[in-house]
Structure formats: structure tokens, C-alpha cells
Design a protein around this ligand. Structure first.
Ligand code: IMP
Length: 414
């Protein structure tokens, strides 16, 4: 089946991990191309719940290699911890390949994120990801390939310590990095060539996006965004493999909307509805534990995400969370200062003033948790799905009906 991309269509946390895990049952490779340990992908399978930050979700399947492309910022301490957690659950060691061109997140990146105030202003995940991408763009970063040269590593850390004004022991960090290099030596290499080779052999490759389209550095709600390319375009950017090789682009959206951190969110519901969605959906950040802001599904934003990514399929997740609501609202347009707006405004200031124009759909009482057959959904739930399809112009191929890996409806192909 070639290459499939799984892309967040909202502000992240769309339950991409579940969809990726499902799609990787038969895949040879699962590739991360953007973000870093700011991502939090939750997978719930027969062995328990795992929260992954750097290890690609598909790599939990034996036979599926987890590949970390050069667009990913790699925090070696987080990666080592994460692998420890996976092994502690009795799982086998995931097969991993890390791009030698990927940049390292170092202790001064986290310190700078706090000191420069970005953490507070944007409401970041405080993982040092933004400052690491800053160093990369400023051409002063340290890459996995550089770990080969001990002297360079030592000089880099001494300079970083001076820039950060202390706060960590550079010699200890050098020691940790060299230990990491020795442990992972066999897993650091040419990820681009490995992905290209798999595609050449006709093997199935799944690209796992982190964060979502509305957090993209350029296409998102700037400046309240992350520092990487979170859209389908991030595949070429973050792996060196042409994005044109991707045949299928699955956009993942929840049946409602959430956001963590600062920034505009037109359909946010502060009151009872927001609290209910948070409680029913377990809407707390997988990386930071922060309560997520919750609100109705926003089709203006979803149509925009489709325009950016050209989705071939949609995955509509967490549909079960809407059960029991008498009516369900869906934003179909915005109104900004009395004017009806159908497009997604480029300025956060304008988006902050946008009032959603809602279409009100009938809800359903039935508990739909764990349903796997589309026809078994209540008619009001099917009407909701059809409404989304018609508004966005993309078929809903996957529907999430609960947190477990089995709680999924797969329509047509998949
Ligand atoms: P950073 O990526 O830590 O720099 O944070 C920038 C913005 O992206 C903040 O609003 C974060 O809450 C948000 N963000 C980063 N990663 C994720 C994610 O995986 N899910 C949801 N939001 C995220």
C-alpha cells in the first residue's frame, strides 16, 4: 500500500497514536518527522497503556521499525527513560533507527525556554523543543552525527553552559551523551536512505505526525504554535524523502476540539459543556498533565486543515465522548465584526475575535463505547459523521469509539 501519513487536523491531541498504531499492524516502518518530546502519543493495547514522546507508536508492533527523521529534536534522556518504561511493561525492545542528522535537545534548551519567557507566553510543553529548533536554524546545533567527536561535544557543552549562565554541569552532560552514543551506536544512521529503501521495495510505511495543523509554525495560529512543520509538508522537511511519495493522507480530528497552551480557540466552551467534554474525554495533557481547553468541533478550521494537507481520509476520534448530549453544535462559519467569514484568518488577533456560526445537530442517548460496526451506531451519530464528510469533502474512514485499540470502526478501506 506504500506510504500513509497520519496528520493532526486540529491543535494536537487528536488521538493520532491510536490511528497510527492501528495502521501499523502490517507496516514495516513507522516514521516520526517533526516535533520532539513535546508530543505525547497514548496507545492502549492488550499490554496496558503507554505514553510515547519520541518512540514512534507503530514500533510497539513487532516487525515494525520506528524511525526518527532529521526533523525530530531528540532528547536522549527522555528517549532512554521511555525505552525503560516500555521494557518494564514486559514489551520487547522496539526496533529503532535515529537519523544521524537529527538535532539533540540539551539541558540549556529547557533553561532558555524558561528564561526567555517563551514557556509562559506561548504555554509551551517546556521540553526545550523551541530553543533546539532555534539553534538548528541559527546553525549552531549539535546533531547525533556529531557525537562521534568527543572534543566537539565537550566544546559545545562548555559554550552552551556559558550562554545559559550555568544551571547544569557540562562535564556530566558530556558523559551522559557519550554513554547514549555508545548504547545507540547501532541505531544511529541514514534514516532517509532507509525510508527510501523501504518505499522502493514496496513496503508499507506510516508517517506519524506530531502536534496538529493549527500548531504548524507557518500554517498554524502564529505565534501560538510549535516550532516545526506539523502538516503533511513536514514529511519532506523532516525526512528528506519527497512528500510526493505519500499516497494516503489521514487527517485526524476529534468529534469536538481541544487545545492546550495559549492562543485563540473560537469554539471554546468555558462552562458546563467544556467541563463535561474534559471529564468524559479525559482531556489532560499526555506530556504535561495540564487540563485541556475544550469546545465544539470547528469545521472552518477542519476545512482549512484539508486545504493545507489534501486529506484522502478523515479519522473522527472520540465520538463516544459526545454520547448523552441532547444537542451537538458544530461551527460551520465565523463572524468577525459582523461579517461572515468562511476562511481561516492568518492573524491570531482576528481569530480571537471570531464568533462561531453554529449548526445544531441532534445528539444521541445510547452508549456507543466500543462499537466496531458503522451500521450499529445510532442514526443521529451517523448523521453527525455524514455532516462532517459533506462539510469537509473527505470520507470519514476511521471512527474512534473508545480508548482501547479495538474500539475503532473502519469503513471501506483501512
Ligand atoms: P512547544 O511545542 O512545547 O514549543 O509548545 C508550543 C505550543 O504547542 C503550546 O501551545 C503547546 O501546548 C503546544 N503543543 C506542543 N506539543 C503538543 C502536543 O503534542 N499536543 C498538543 N499541544 C502541543
Amino acid at each position: 500500500m506504500g506510504a500513509t501519513a497520519v496528520i493532526g487536523a486540529q491543535w494536537g491531541d487528536e488521538a493520532k497514536g491510536k490511528i497510527v498504531h492501528h495502521l501499523c499492524r502490517r507496516a514495516r516502518m513507522c516514521v516520526r518527522f517533526n516535533g520532539g518530546a513535546n508530543a505525547g502519543h497514548t496507545v492502549e493495547d492488550g499490554r496496558g497503556t503507554v505514553r510515547l514522546h519520541l518512540v514512534p507508536c507503530g514500533a510497539l508492533h513487532p516487525g515494525c521499525q520506528g524511525v526518527i527523521g532529521h526533523g525530530v529534536t531528540v532528547d536522549p534522556w527522555v528517549l532512554a527513560d521511555e525505552l525503560g518504561g516500555i521494557l518494564a511493561q514486559g514489551r520487547s525492545h522496539p526496533e529503532l533507527l535515529l537519523s544521524e542528522r537529527a538535532h539533540l535537545v540539551l539541558p540549556h534548551h529547557r533553561l532558555l525556554e524558561e528564561r526567555e519567557g517563551t514557556a509562559q507566553r506561548i504555554g509551551t510543553t517546556r521540553r526545550g523543543v523551541g530553543p533546539c529548533y532555534t539553534d538548528r536554524a541559527a546553525r549552531r546545533g549539535l546533531r547525533l552525527a556529531d557525537l562521534i567527536d568527543e572534543r566537539q561535544v565537550r566544546e559545545h557543552l562548555r559554550a552552551a553552559s556559558r550562554v545559559a549562565g550555568g544551571g547544569f554541569d557540562p562535564e556530566q552532560v558530556v558523559e551522559d551523551l557519550l554513554r547514549f552514543r555508545d548504547r545507540f551506536a547501532a541505531h544511529i544512521g541514514d534514516a532517509r536512505a532507509a525510508i527510501a529503501g523501504a518505499l522502493e521495495r514496496g513496503e508499507e510505511v506510516v508517517f506519524e505526525g506530531a502536534q496538529g495543523t493549527l500548531l504548524d509554525l507557518d500554517c498554524g495560529t502564529y505565534p501560538y504554535v510549535t516550532s516545526s512543520t506539523t502538516t503533511v509538508h513536514g514529511i519532506g522537511w523532516g525526512t528528506g524523502v519527497p512528500t510526493a511519495r505519500v499516497e494516503r493522507v489521514v487527517g485526524v480530528t476529534k468529534a469536538y476540539t481541544t487545545r492546550v497552551g495559549e492562543g485563540p480557540f473560537p469554539t471554546e466552551e468555558g462552562g458546563e459543556i467544556g467541563e463535561r467534554l474534559r471529564a468524559e474525554g479525559g482531556e489532560y495533557g499526555a506530556t504535561t498533565g495540564r487540563p485541556r481547553r475544550c469546545g465544539w468541533l470547528d469545521l472552518v478550521a477542519l476545512r482549512y486543515a484539508h486545504a493545507v494537507n489534501a486529506f484522502t481520509d478523515l479519522a473522527l476520534t472520540k465520538l463516544d465522548v459526545l454520547s448523552g448530549l441532547r444537542e451537538i453544535r458544530v461551527a460551520v462559519d465565523y463572524r468577525i465584526e459582523g461579517q461572515r467569514v468562511t476562511g481561516f484568518p492568518p492573524r491570531a488577533e482576528d481569530l480571537a475575535r471570531a464568533e462561531p456560526v453554529y449548526e445544531v445537530l441532534r445528539g444521541w442517548e445510547e452508549d456507543i463505547a466500543g462499537i466496531r460496526d458503522y451500521e450499529a451506531l445510532p442514526s443521529a451519530a451517523r448523521r453527525f459523521v455524514r455532516f462532517v464528510e459533506a462539510q469537509v469533502g473527505v470520507p470519514v474512514t476511521f471512527i474512534g469509539t473508545g480508548p482501547g485499540e479495538e474500539a475503532i470502526i473502519v469503513r471501506r478501506r483501512g
